[in-house]
Structures are given as structure tokens and as C-alpha cells.
Ligand binder design. Structure first.
Ligand SMILES: Nc1ncnc2c1ncn2[C@@H]1O[C@H](COP(=O)(O)OP(=O)(O)OP(=O)(O)O)[C@@H](O)[C@H]1O
Ligand SMILES: [Mg+2]
Length: 313
């Protein structure tokens, strides 16, 4: 169990998912109106403490949303992974689940804050009776139902958030405990571009046409796919290209060395010829940076993602 106190993810970090954000904002979740954006007025509903289920394809930002909800509400975030429960504590999983709820209650009471108890991949924990049923899973379902009964009082102390990629695999008693079901979708073209831009951060030479082509090439990709292909594919490719570049290096306006072929306008103030190592030896501790990210690097990222080989180069 990971008890991260208050996380640091803003709703603004999450690109798109407008419907999901709107649905969350409508919920009356927190006791304290200071915790502004999720507090929607006077709480008079009886089900304000029932769970919220985020469902949708992998890598669409469900965990991010859970953390953003906790951040915005000034809540303690308690993250339960099914691996913790089913594997690490074989035979003790029911106790462990009770312990998680108890820990959430105690932390909430001690701090006066709401605790968000986040159960990721909850389809792994709770399965419909049938082919894949196992004793652990059905016991845990019973215990979870029991624990959920215990969070109704005092109101606003614990918010139980579940996430799953396979809502249809959850048993109906579990589904009914998550009264608020919020769908997360794969990003559209503009959103894929926005997620790419968010992760590129460093300089790039990509034009609007390049980004439009990027959107075409990444149809069906999740936010995580885009994050991975940029940070583990394209960026390392740009770095590798710089390290293996045997030509001239130049100082850019920020006093960093970049491969000179990226400075076709001859804006560089000083030129150094030689391999990366030679130039580094001559220039001492000068800062070396890859050149701007290009469409070629992006294509390498897409290829590596396609063959499942996204390790930092
Ligand atoms: N909408 C988004 N906006 C910005 N970044 C995103 C978005 N969706 C996913 N990402 C990126 O993908 C990463 C993984 O997202 P996250 O773990 O929240 O997905 P998930 O839906 O919980 O996946 P899983 O179903 O596998 O648990 C994030 O850390 C972020 O870098
Ligand atoms: Mg997740």
C-alpha cells in the first residue's frame, strides 16, 4: 500500500478527458468548501460516499485523474495495487483490505483531511464468479462490500476510487458499490498532439504539418503510448544521434553545445570539430545537448513502440 499523502497532479496536467473531468466536478465529494473545484455546493445526498469507478482503456490517465482529484481536494492519497493484495500477502489478503480501509480512516481522522483510497486495476481483485473465479477473489469481494458499508459515516472522510480497463468483468455487487462510473477515452488527434507537445518540452523543429502527420500516425494510441514514444523513443534517439555525431558542434544561444547540422542558419558563436568525445575533452565541462527533436526521431519512437522495444537508448 502506498500512502502518498497529498499528491501533486493537477487536473490541468490531464489533456482532454473533458467529459470525465466534468462528471467529477459535478460530484459532491468534500466536506470543506475550500477544496474548491470538486465541492459542488451543499451536500444533502445520501450516496456522497459511494465509490467512483474510472473505466476505460489502459494508459488513458485514470491514475492521473485519481491523483488530481486528491490533489485538488487536499486529500491524502492511498494507492492499493492488486499485486500487493493478491500476491505479496497470499492468505492475508482479506485482512490486508480491511487494514487499508482502517489506515485510510485513521489517517483521515488524524489529519482532518479526506482520504482517497484508490484501487487500481480492480478487475484483477474482483472477478465475476465463473471460469476465472478463485477463493481469494470471491473472499475479497465480500470483504470489500463489508468495508464499503463502513465508510458511510462520517461523511466525506473516505472517498473510494476504483479504476479498471475491463468494467464488464466486474461482478454486479461491486459495480453497484461504485455508484459513480466515469468513462475515460483514448485521446483524439488534437489531444495526441497536445500530449506529445507536453512531453517534448525541449526544442524541436516540428511544423504544424509534422504534428498533423504525427496525429495520423498515432491513431488509436493512448496517452501513455505517446508519453513512452516521446520520452523513451524519440528523445533518446535525438541524444544518441548527438553522441554519435562525428562532425562539428556549435555553441547555441544558451551556451550549450549542439550538433552543428542543426544550425543551418550559422547562428552558432563558436565551432568545434570532431567527435562528441573529442569536443568534450577540448571544451571541458561545456554543456552538451542533443539538437532539436525532429520528425525522424518521432518516427524512430513510433517504430520502437510498434515492436515493443522502448528502452532508453
Ligand atoms: N490525458 C492525458 N494527458 C496527459 N498525459 C497522459 C494522459 N493520459 C495518459 N497520459 C500519460 O500516460 C501516463 C500513464 O497514465 P495513467 O497511469 O494515469 O493511465 P491509466 O489509465 O491509469 O493506465 P492503466 O489502465 O494501465 O492503469 C501518465 O503518467 C501520462 O504521462
Ligand atoms: Mg492506472
Amino acid at each position: 500500500m502506498n500512502t502518498n499523502d497529498i499528491p501533486d497532479v493537477s487536473l490541468d496536467d490531464i489533456i482532454g478527458q473533458k467529459k470525465a473531468k466534468k462528471a467529477l466536478l459535478k460530484l459532491k465529494l468534500f466536506r470543506n468548501p475550500e477544496h474548491a473545484c470538486f465541492y459542488a455546493g451543499v451536500k444533502d445526498d445520501s450516496n456522497s460516499n459511494t465509490g467512483i469507478l474510472l473505466y476505460g482503456p489502459a494508459g488513458t490517465g485514470k491514475t492521473m485523474v485519481a491523483k488530481a482529484l486528491a490533489t485538488n481536494g487536499g486529500c491524502i492519497f492511498i494507492n492499493i495495487s492488486p499485486n500487493d493484495i493478491l500476491y505479496e500477502f497470499i492468505g492475508k489478503s482479506e485482512e490486508w483490505m480491511k487494514g487499508a480501509f482502517l489506515a485510510a480512516k485513521e489517517k483521515a481522522a488524524k489529519t482532518g483531511k479526506t482520504a482517497v483510497l484508490f484501487i487500481d486495476h480492480c478487475d484483477v481483485l474482483f472477478r465475476k464468479p465463473g471460469r476465472n473465479d478463485c477463493e481469494v477473489s470471491s473472499n475479497i469481494t465480500d470483504i470489500f462490500q463489508e468495508c464499503m458499508k463502513g465508510v458511510t459515516e462520517p461523511k466525506g472522510q473516505i472517498i473510494v476510487l476504483g479504476a479498471t480497463n475491463y468494467k464488464e468483468q466486474l461482478p454486479s455487487p461491486i459495480l453497484s458499490l461504485f455508484a459513480n462510473k466515469i468513462q475515460m477515452n483514448l485521446p483524439g488527434g488534437e489531444e495526441r498532439i497536445a500530449i506529445a507537445k507536453l512531453n517534448i518540452k525541449s526544442s524541436h523543429s516540428l511544423t504544424d504539418d509534422d504534428f498533423a502527420r504525427f496525429a495520423e500516425m498515432t491513431e488509436g494510441y493512448s496517452g501513455r503510448d505517446i508519453f513512452n514514444l516521446i520520452t523513451m523513443g524519440a528523445k533518446p534517439a535525438a541524444r544518441a544521434e548527438a553522441i554519435h555525431h562525428n562532425g562539428a558542434w556549435c555553441k547555441n544561444d544558451e551556451d550549450c553545445y549542439i550538433p552543428c547540422f542543426h544550425s543551418p542558419d550559422h547562428s552558432c558563436r563558436a565551432k568545434e570539430s570532431g567527435t562528441f568525445r573529442e569536443v568534450k575533452e577540448r571544451t571541458g565541462n561545456g554543456e552538451f545537448r542533443p539538437g532539436p527533436l525532429t520528425m525522424k526521431h518521432i518516427e524512430i519512437g513510433i517504430d520502437l513502440l510498434g515492436v515493443g522495444q522502448l528502452e532508453p537508448i
